[in-house]
Design a binder for this molecule. Sequence first.
Ligand code: SAH
Length: 406
Amino acid sequence: MTTILLKPHKEESILRFHPWVFSGAIARIILDANQTASTPVEGELVRVLSADRQVLGVGHWQVGSIAVRLLAFQTDELPDTFWHERIAAAYAMRRRLGLLRSDNNIFRLVHGEGDMLPGLVVDVYGSTAVMQAHSVGMHLNRQQIAQAIVETVPEVEAVYYKSDDTLPHKAPIEGEKTGWLVRPDKESDAEEYWATENGLDVRIDWLKGQKTGFFIDQRENRALVERYAAGKSVLNMFCYTGGFSLYALRGGAQLVHSVDVSQKAIDLVNANVARNFPNATNHKAVTADAFDYLSEQLAAGQQFDLIILDPPAFAKHRDAIKNALRGYQRINAKAIEMIRPGGILFTFSCSQAIDKDMFRLAVFSAAAQTGRKVRILHQLHQPQDHPINIYHPEGEYLKGLVVYVE
Ligand code: SAH
């Protein structure tokens, strides 16, 4: 096994269980005797030692500023049962949290560093798990991980792998990045696959859909929308498969408009509404760009009682923060302007690079721009199956504010 020797004092964060080794912390790389290349191979398992040769941990080698993502601390080997143990721990936690019920079979089983499996995401939709590797190390272990999932999680019988957008682009990847790792007994057409979140049926399209097919991370926030929806006119911007719209309809909204730029998303919204509320006449889905749509509606004097803004990450990298904040301010100002007096805005950011203070400042600026009186009712975040490892605060990404607009 290749050994990564750190510079003096660079072990401190690892002793506090932070799971990343940055390339700048490395003093020397001692290659395995069998290693033919001059550097470690991306994805290989390496051991990490402090400057005084204390064993700190073992993890996957990566090319980039994060050089090692640690899988275990204070040891330099992984037991044969490693994947089974970690998956079993993640599953036991979801069970204890009450996420597996007759009216709920959608949950995130593995949330990367939050489950001490850096670089791995697994979402469960009924009997199918959809798995994404964000590192070459996880990619190389995909078959073992999939096997561990079906052997550990009784509800899951099939594992679909979907890593074409998540693996590092520059890495030389061998093997398929998408496809079944464990096939279902009866291969169903993914377009017709349904699962249930809090009693609402949702169509999951992991083949053509975004991410693993559905945004599980808004489950608890959608439930909060349901509590406020009775009798309200609701606008769900960036609706994707319409999760928030379904909860608003069940909560007794007077009307719900769902908007997304993707026609594919709008087709899914319509399918989801038709399945759960076959007689609904108070839902309308619109394919449009959010900025254009809000400007047009504002110009026409349209108002809503409750607006949801859940845009894609405006800042994918730190260097995009400034523009992203401007984007958040612009879109929030439009939404605040459009809220009927006494109405409510649910506004979110899923950009990891933008922390909750920056986001709050963007919403503050938007409110000030409109001159309206705005008060914070709730501060929202990612749900319990997307846990944040306390030693790895970088795992926090979703934040939201619910504000009351006078
Ligand atoms: N609220 C959704 C998730 C939103 S994901 C849920 O609960 O599931 C972000 C969505 O924004 C995607 O569906 C994407 O198609 C859409 N989108 C991206 N850019 C957009 C734009 N300029 N206007 C409208 N929608 C956009």
